[in-house]
Design a protein around this ligand. Structure first.
Ligand SMILES: CC(=O)SCCNC(=O)CCNC(=O)[C@H](O)C(C)(C)COP(=O)(O)OP(=O)(O)OC[C@H]1O[C@@H](n2cnc3c(N)ncnc32)[C@H](O)[C@@H]1OP(=O)(O)O
Ligand SMILES: O=C([O-])CC(=O)C(=O)O
Length: 447
């Protein structure tokens, strides 16, 4: 027998000793996934950073489904997105709002943008040693690694004072888009065998403009493209304290560890396909669906069959999931998906990608119908369903979909980290119930 087959044998045998029957969770009142019976999340904190509204309390008890809304520091994100139209870039304004709690005056925003832009530059040796010499085949893993390495570039990395956390956090918000681009160029060069180019960050640019300029060989982009990316960044900047990566952030930070360790853990969480990693899964799933149904002209019946095949684990990754649908808080709709759908409709016209967009909408309708029929409850389209489509129209490669989500969410992680340090501060330490038996140790020869 090989070593591996011994391991498989031990693993098989272990099931007799380690099983936890499902009914015990109910018996011991354990909230699986930190969820209540009705699917709502167990309350683990108080926040004034953002409000994710997906249901109301019904008069007769329980919850009532309502259209989703998202507020940053009390401002509806829809209004924030509308408010920047034709004037400033909105992501920086949202960063200010999330970090400081109020909308900046013009001068305040200018100063804040100046501070951010002063942090864009990445030291040459960091790029050479950590990104070019050590390319990563998955950018989220590489970015975890890069963030941990930034610890070494900080003179006082273990200082976790609130103000220091703010300063270090702003530095990360400013630097990570450039690092993500460079990590991508390195991956493309060394793993995908394509040409390498590394542009320098431009301190005149907003974060969205800077990202497009670093990514493209000719560094050119249109204002419309930068504004679309800016809107996407705004929509991903925060999602309350309960989403997995933000919760991870405060759990880790509650031990008193440094911000680099904390953020690296959040990146690991966001990578998961049931969280931020769903944006890449949607893109791959749509390729599989397109192939399965025979192209864009497939009728609605074929699309419904494809949804059923996905749910039965017979198509794509066999997980049974239709990526880009369902949410832990939103019931009827995710406001970010609604906004992104509208943005995509507009840009698809200009980019002549209406065939793809119409197909995506038709698949969405088929998925919503089939999932409602099979699950008995509506599962909403979530932010990840249209974000990848929008990135695609900006010629942003798939490798960068989840990293872009991460770059945007960094500010939310920092804001919640600070809030938690200020107003909770206690080490997170929930409990588990031991449900095994205690046994007397047996000497080797007695077993
Ligand atoms: C930025 C973000 O993180 S947004 C979410 C991105 N993730 C995805 O798009 C991945 C697909 N979606 C999912 O996996 C889930 O909907 C999650 C993780 C987002 C939410 O999970 P939960 O809140 O635990 O799911 P919920 O309790 O609402 O699910 C109810 C039922 O619908 C099923 N379901 C939920 N979403 C989906 C889906 N997308 N495809 C198929 N079935 C689904 C669940 O399996 C469950 O079925 P069951 O009752 O037969 O066991
Ligand atoms: O809130 C959640 O669980 C997931 C989500 O949409 C996000 O983090 O943006």
């Amino acid at each position: 027998m090989t070593k591996e087959s011994y391991l498989a044998q031990f693993y098989g045998k272990s099931q007799n000793y380690t099983d936890i029957p499902n009914k015990w969770y109910k018996e011991y009142n354990v909230k699986k996934g930190l969820r209540n019976e009705d699917g709502t999340g167990v309350r683990v904190g108080l926040t004034r950073v953002a409000d994710v509204v997906g249901y109301a309390e019904a008069l007769e008890g329980g919850i009532q489904a309502i259209p989703g809304e998202l507020y940053y520091r009390g401002y509806n994100v829809t209004d924030l997105v509308k408010g920047k139209m034709g004037s400033h870039f909105g992501y920086e304004e949202v960063c200010f709002l999330l970090l400081f709690g109020y909308l900046p005056k013009k001068k305040e925003l200018e100063h804040f943008c100046g501070i951010l832009r002063d942090c864009y530059e990445i030291p040459d040796e960091f790029v050479e040693m950590n990104l070019l010499r050590m390319p990563g085949k998955n950018l989220m893993n590489k970015l975890q690694d890069a963030v941990l390495t930034l610890y070494n570039y900080d003179d006082d990395p273990d200082n976790t004072d609130v103000y220091e956390t703010l300063v270090k956090g702003i530095n990360l918000v400013a630097k990570l888009p450039s690092i993500a681009c460079y990590a991508y160029q390195s991956k493309v060069h060394y793993y995908d065998r394509d040409s390498l180019f590394i542009h320098y960050a431009n301190p005149e640019y907003s974060i969205a403009e800077n990202f497009l300029s670093l990514l493209r060989k000719d560094q050119k982009f249109t204002d419309q493209e930068a504004r679309l990316l800016d809107t996407i960044l705004m929509l991903h900047a925060d999602h309350g304290g309960g989403n997995n990566s933000t919760f991870t952030n405060v759990v880790i930070s509650s031990t008193g560890t440094d911000i680099y360790s904390t953020v690296s853990a959040s990146i690991g969480s966001l990578k998961g396909p049931r969280h931020g990693g769903a944006n890449i899964k949607v893109a791959e799933m749509m390729d599989a669906v397109l192939e399965d149904v025979g192209g864009y002209t497939a009728d609605d019946k074929k699309l419904r069959v494809a949804v059923n095949r996905l749910m039965d684990g017979k198509l794509y990754d066999r997980s049974g999931l239709v990526y880009g649908f369902g949410h832990a808080v939103y019931t009827i709709s995710d406001p970010r998906a609604e906004m992104l759908r509208a943005c995509c409709a507009e840009v698809a016209k200009e980019k002549k990608q209406q065939t793809e967009f119409v197909f995506r909408q038709r698949f969405e309708r088929a998925a919503l119908d089939v999932m409602k029929e099979r699950k008995g409850t509506a599962l909403p389209t979530n932010v990840d369903y249209y974000s990848g489509f929008a990135y695609g129209m900006l010629n942003i490669p798939r490798d960068l979909y989840t990293p872009l989500f991460m770059c945007s969410r960094m500010v939310g992680w920092v804001a919640h980290n600070i809030e938690n340090k200020l107003y909770d501060g206690r080490i997170m330490r929930p409990a588990t119930k031991y449900v095994g038996e205690n046994k007397d140790y047996m000497m080797m020869e007695e077993r």
